[in-house]
Design a protein. Structure first.
Length: 118
C-alpha cells in the first residue's frame, strides 16, 4: 500500500507541469503536418522535447500511461499513434504544460517524416 501511495505522489508531482504565462505555450491548434525538406533531428531536437514534456508521465512502470517514451526505440514503436495524439491536441493533455509552437512544429514534422533515428 505504501508503494502505491509513493507512485501516486510521484505521478502527481511529475505530471503536474501546468502552463503559465511565462511558458511561451499557447492554446493547442490542430495541425496537418507534412514532412519538411530538412527533417528535425531526433538526437538534437526531438529527444530533449520528449524528455521534458512526455517522459515525466510516459515511463516504464507507470500504470497510468500506455506508452513508454524514454528512448528512441519506444518512441518509434508508437510514432503513428503519437502523431495522431499530438496532431489532434490530445497530447500533451490540457492539464500539463503545453509544447511551445516551435516544439510542437518540430515534433509533428519529425513524426510526419516517419520518426527517423537521426
Amino acid at each position: 500500500m505504501r508503494a502505491l501511495v509513493v507512485v501516486l505522489l510521484a505521478l502527481l508531482v511529475g505530471c503536474s507541469r501546468t502552463a503559465d504565462s511565462t511558458s511561451g505555450a499557447g492554446a493547442c491548434t490542430r495541425a496537418d503536418p507534412t514532412c519538411p525538406a530538412i527533417v528535425p533531428s531526433y538526437a538534437n531536437e526531438i529527444a530533449p522535447i520528449f524528455t521534458a514534456a512526455c517522459v515525466p508521465c510516459h515511463y516504464a512502470g507507470n500504470p497510468y500511461a500506455q506508452s513508454n517514451l524514454v528512448d528512441y526505440a519506444n518512441v518509434h514503436r508508437v510514432y503513428g499513434s503519437a502523431l495522431g495524439q499530438v496532431e489532434s491536441c490530445l497530447m500533451p493533455p490540457a492539464s500539463v504544460q503545453q509544447l511551445s509552437e516551435a516544439e510542437r512544429t518540430a515534433v509533428l514534422a519529425w513524426l510526419a517524416c516517419g520518426a527517423p533515428d537521426n
